[in-house]
Write a protein that binds this ligand. Structure first.
Ligand SMILES: *Cc1c(COP(=O)(O)O)cnc(C)c1O
Length: 388
């Protein structure tokens, strides 16, 4: 019975071109060893190259020698550490907030925030393209979830008009969308949220450490610091380490400590991880402007090359660049062919993106060289020509 169920699930995925496999990976800096081949890595979320930064790695080593490998318990039992507290101070400063709470991952953070802020009778208004962790959080919440069309403030406005104004209405969106690098229409969304007296939460997994001017996130990008009620982020993307966080008022953080089950019932981040993330956040705080300028000069270089070849038709503003391929099998074949040519990119398929809208997702890093970027664009053009 169990075996038959498992095999039929795998067969179904295979038939739709959706079967996934784990790449055997060895080292994932600018270059990555994947399936035994060393290729240029355009699939990592380490946008600033901080995962290999000497100070970040040294902070991790030092903390491990002093505090050991594990936090040994959840935060409320005895999993706290000076490294975690200093991490939270830096994160709060980065987000212009009085407080922040670190959690075991961004996934944990989304679940904690959404399930504690909403209850039966409330409404969650969630962007159609939101990340799986937000979707799962909505499913776990007892509130009613309404999906608004991607980045469509007018649709959000309509949906909010249909909700009970006495209930809590939590609007959730992303600063930079993980699948195609779109930037949230924050000005319009904020205006609608304010008009309806709703609450705004933004997932800044990909907007922290990527957006000008200083990499602090979506609010600074739009010059709207303070407009978001609940800021969520991850430490595993541009910050180059691991973990997640929420930032806002001290009362919000206290509430999350008391009610957030993903924090209460999960082992706290280990001190070495917290120390490395604290160092990365400090680097972003002090050197954000130059780190972001370097990243964006790489984004410009690649986007120009891709546009010249007609592979994209809009100039990207973020390090996530999607080349739409359409068919799932074609996207996978293109990824394999690019691997042969020396480049690793991600092939995004359903359920990450809608069926029939598969894409190659390129993640640009500050650590790429000019040659990496130019050669990637010609390799993609060549590959897509060959794979019909
Ligand atoms: C990666 C990601 C998360 C989850 O963060 P982790 O720290 O990797 O668990 C949440 N939201 C978005 C938009 C993401 O891209």
């Amino acid at each position: 019975m169990l075996e038959a169920r498992i095999l039929s699930m795998l067969e179904a995925a295979k038939e739709e071109g959706l079967l996934r496999r784990v790449l055997a990976v060895e080292r994932r800096g600018r270059l990555i060893r994947a399936d035994g081949r060393e290729v240029v890595n355009f699939a990592s979320n380490d946008y600033l190259g901080l995962a290999f930064d000497e100070q970040v790695v040294e902070a991790m080593r030092e903390a491990a020698l002093r505090e050991g490998a594990s936090s040994t318990a959840s935060r409320l039992i005895c999993g706290d550490s000076p490294q975690l507290r200093s991490l939270e101070e830096n994160l709060a400063a980065l987000k212009h907030r009085p407080a922040a709470l670190a959690l075991p991952s961004g996934y944990h953070a989304n679940i904690a925030a959404i399930t504690t802020l909403t209850t039966q009778g409330d409404f969650i208004l969630s962007d159609q393209n939101n990340h799986a962790s937000i979707i799962d959080a909505c499913r776990l919440s007892r509130a009613t979830t309404l999906i608004f069309r991607h980045n469509d403030a007018q649709h959000l406005d309509q949906l909010l008009s249909q909700t009970n104004a006495d209930s809590l209405r939590l609007v959730v969106t992303e600063g930079v969308f993980s699948t195609d690098g779109d930037i949230c229409a924050l000005e319009d969304i904020t205006a609608v949220v304010r008009r309806h007296n709703a609450v705004l939460m933004v997932d800044e997994a990909h907007s922290t450490g990527t957006l000008p001017p200083r990499g602090r996130g979506i609010e600074e990008f739009f010059n709207l610091v303070g407009c978001v009620d609940v800021v969520m982020g991850t430490l595993g993307k541009a910050l180059g380490v691991h973990g997640g966080f929420l930032s806002g008022s001290p009362a919000l953080v206290d509430m999350l400590i008391n009610y957030g089950r993903t924090g209460i019932y999960s082992t706290a981040l280990p001190p070495p991880v917290a120390a490395a993330a604290a160092e990365a956040a400090k680097l972003l705080l002090h050197k954000g402007e130059s780190l972001i300028a370097e990243l964006h000069s790489n984004i410009k270089l690649l986007s120009r090359a891709l546009m010249e070849r007609g592979l994209i038709n809009q100039e990207p503003q973020t390090p996530i660049i999607a080349v739409v391929v359409g068919d799932e099998r074609r996207a996978v074949a293109a990824r394999e062919a690019l691997l042969e040519r020396g480049f690793l990119v991600a092939a995004l398929r359903y359920p990450t993106v809608p069926k029939g809208a598969a894409s190659l997702r390129i993640s640009v890093s500050r650590s790429h060289t000019e040659q990496d970027l130019v050669e990637l664009s010609s390799a993609i053009a060549q590959t897509l020509k060959e794979i019909k």
